[in-house]
Design a protein around this ligand. Structure first.
Ligand code: ATP
Ligand code: MG
Length: 469
């Protein structure tokens, strides 16, 4: 199986870097090699084309200082991003090229800190990589592929296999266990039996890995076609129990006559049902029913189970997970809003004022995200039948109208504010917020009231009533 890349039409920036570093050979390494070959297999090509990506990973024997000096003297913009790890980044227009000096084993001591040792050959550099399909390199002068661990065969078989002894490789960096499940999801691959067994044995050690690294892997996973593929592998190997015990607890929790799956499978399917372009939304969707196990009750008169109020513990659990995994506050806040509101009734009878109030709660800018989750929630349930939930078109039309008319949804959208209340002779204090909130409620019911002419006398009336209280 000897294939070779056609390097005659490499992009000119990469060619230039290659030629500047000559006579030292320059290799393309990492995900781009893997993805390009896979793409070639899919199209049945003998000579795969390099993917025309924007992020290139190159490897060379030249030391970082030499790389930096050589590129700089040729007028290339360089950033010594990870120079202590041996990486120099070269930038031109939208292209980012990372040039990393060959490194050898012993990079990860405790899975956190890297102790870098530079190496002299591409072979040593490939040996330190995690999986055989990631341990491929392309010589950018000849197009020849360096494949020391049968990565090409594994790519063809769509198998994730550790380079060398899996126990040792995971001990060097336990994040690799999670990477295995993530990479498997990327191409719906299987994990080779010994590698899989080793993950099972060491799953609990994922706790040694920083939350930030786990966060990044999970988000990447959410960007693939079917994150459920990776999540099921995480469940099967015990990684889910360690990282997302709240999700693990949803498996085996059967629902009721309205649902086709247990809570766990339903959550996985809901995440899958959102477009991969929205990884964060998919993650939020994955958490939207986490409170169901604790809210499951038998309802005698219905002869079935119910989950009343589960949206609140679900939101609490999502917030807890996202805090634990160091998500930014803004994203955690979004998750809370999306999940707490996911049970709202949205039928053909939904009024404009109830939809304005929903938009107020989830945030005007988030209403489309909210609907995406809502639509996915239904799609993930085989018993609901095809198509959108009844009344959703009506809701979407109403949302459009509310947006077009820029209806007020929050205090700051009101036609009057604190300054006007002061001019009316009122003393600033908690009463201001009370008055403005009452006004907002009136405006949410009827946006035509949002004028100074209407609100000033109303404010006066409310202030008078408050004064008499
Ligand atoms: P993606 O296309 O999703 O970015 P990738 O394989 O490029 O996937 P990166 O995290 O960008 O993943 O890593 C680039 C390369 O570095 C990998 O292909 C692999 O060879 C190596 N690598 C990355 N992380 C590790 C690790 N934890 N242990 C060993 N090798 C790793
Ligand atoms: Mg990459």
């Amino acid at each position: 199986m000897s294939i070779r890349f056609d390097v005659s039409h490499l992009c000119s920036f990469v060619t230039e870097i290659r030629d500047l570093l000559a006579p030292e050979p320059v290799y393309l390494v990492g995900g781009m090699v893997r993805d390009s070959i896979l793409e070639g297999y899919r199209r049945g090509e003998e000579i795969p084309d390099l993917i025309h990506g924007e992020d290139w990973d190159l490897a060379t024997r030249c030391r970082p200082r030499t790389v930096l000096a050589t590129l700089r003297s040729a007028g290339i913009t360089t950033i010594p991003v990870g120079i202590e790890h041996g990486t120099v980044m070269a930038v031109r227009e939208r292209l980012n090229v990372e040039i990393t000096t060959f490194r050898s084993d012993g990079i990860y001591e405790d899975g956190r800190h890297c102790q870098v040792t530079f190496a002299d050959s591409i072979e040593e550099d490939l040996e330190r990589r995690d999986f055989t399909i990631n341990a491929l390199a392309v010589d950018l002068s000849s197009g020849e592929i360096v494949d020391l661990f049968n990565g090409l065969e594994d790519l063809q078989k769509n198998v994730i296999r550790a380079v060398g002894d899996p126990d040792r490789r995971f001990a060097e960096d336990y994040l690799r266990m999670l990477r295995a499940t993530r990479l498997a999801a990327k191409t719906e691959a299987t994990v080779e039996a010994n590698t899989l067994e080793a993950i099972r044995r060491h799953a609990s050690k994922i706790q040694n890995i920083s939350a930030e690294r786990i966060h990044d892997e999970l988000l990447k996973l959410m960007g693939y076609m079917r994150p459920s593929h990776g999540l099921l592998l995480m469940k099967e190997t015990g990684l889910m129990r360690e990282i997302l015990p709240e999700l693990e607890a949803c498996f085996g929790v059967e629902q009721n006559q309205f649902h086709s799956d247990d809570v766990g499978m339903h959550l996985l399917k809901t995440a899958d049902a959102i477009h991969p372009r929205y990884p964060l939304l998919r993650l939020i969707a994955l958490f939207h029913d986490l409170g169901k196990p604790e809210r499951k009750r038998w309802m005698k008169d219905q002869g079935d189970y119910v989950f009343y109020g589960h949206q609140f513990p679900s939101a609490d659990k999502a917030v807890e997970i996202m805090n634990r995994l160091r998500f930014p506050t803004r994203e955690i806040d979004l998750a809370r809003r999306m999940i707490e509101n996911h049970m709202v009734r949205l039928g053909p009878e939904a009024t404009a004022s109830s939809i304005r109030r929903l938009m107020r709660r989830v945030g005007r800018e988030n209403i489309r995200s909210f609907l995406r989750i809502r639509i996915a929630d239904r799609k993930a349930n085989a018993l609901k039948g095809p198509g959108l939930e009844p009344g959703l078109y009506h809701v979407i039309r109403t949302i459009r109208r509310i947006e077009r008319d820029m209806d007020a949804l929050k205090i700051t959208d009101l036609a009057i504010g604190g300054k006007d209340l002061i001019e009316m002779g009122l003393k600033p204090g908690p009463i201001f917020s009370e008055i403005l909130h009452i006004l907002l409620e009136r405006v949410l019911d009827d946006p035509s009231r949002n004028t100074r002419e209407c609100l000033l006398p109303l404010a006066d009336e409310i202030a008078g009533a408050k004064g008499r209280e």
